[in-house]
Ligand binder design. Structure first.
Ligand code: CO
Length: 137
């Protein structure tokens, strides 16, 4: 079951500058950075009531965020919904015709298991599903 909008992710060309913008200009609480090597992505999280903002930036100029930034200067990258049973939700959505970008979930930030659905399944918006340790039902 989908339990919440876990985060909204923004692809940024300059991670340090974007962190300062959210922390200093907007005054959001900064929860720190984490690299996700399986996605060649560096992340930074800002909790806001009910959800979080995730900044995403390529590691070593490689991976999906680098490809995204080749085509545009930055912008909304994906929505992530938390699931309390990722395998069941993926199977349920596959039955409804959803397509996923990998055959199985991979390791995400904060010990999560994540999988991305193809943007064409959601009117052009990339959707991530994540299951966090301790939340599995
Ligand atoms: Co994400």
């Amino acid at each position: 079951m989908i339990t919440r909008l876990d985060h909204v992710a923004i692809a940024v060309p300059d991670l340090e500058r974007a962190i300062r913008r959210l922390a200093d200009d907007l005054g959001l609480a900064y929860a720190g950075r984490e690299d996700v090597p399986t996605q060649s992505t560096s992340t930074a999280f800002f909790p806001v009531p009910g959800t979080r903002i995730e900044l995403v930036h390529p590691i070593d100029g490689k991976g999906p965020i680098a490809k995204f930034l080749e085509k545009r200067p930055g912008g909304l990258h994906h929505l992530c919904f938390a699931s309390d049973n990722l395998d069941a939700d993926v199977a349920r959505l596959r039955e409804k015709g959803w397509e996923f970008l990998s055959p199985a979930p991979t390791a995400g930030a904060h010990g999560s298991r994540v999988i991305f659905a193809h943007p064409r399944c959601n009117d052009g918006v990339l959707v991530e599903l994540a299951e966090y340790p301790g939340e599995h039902q």
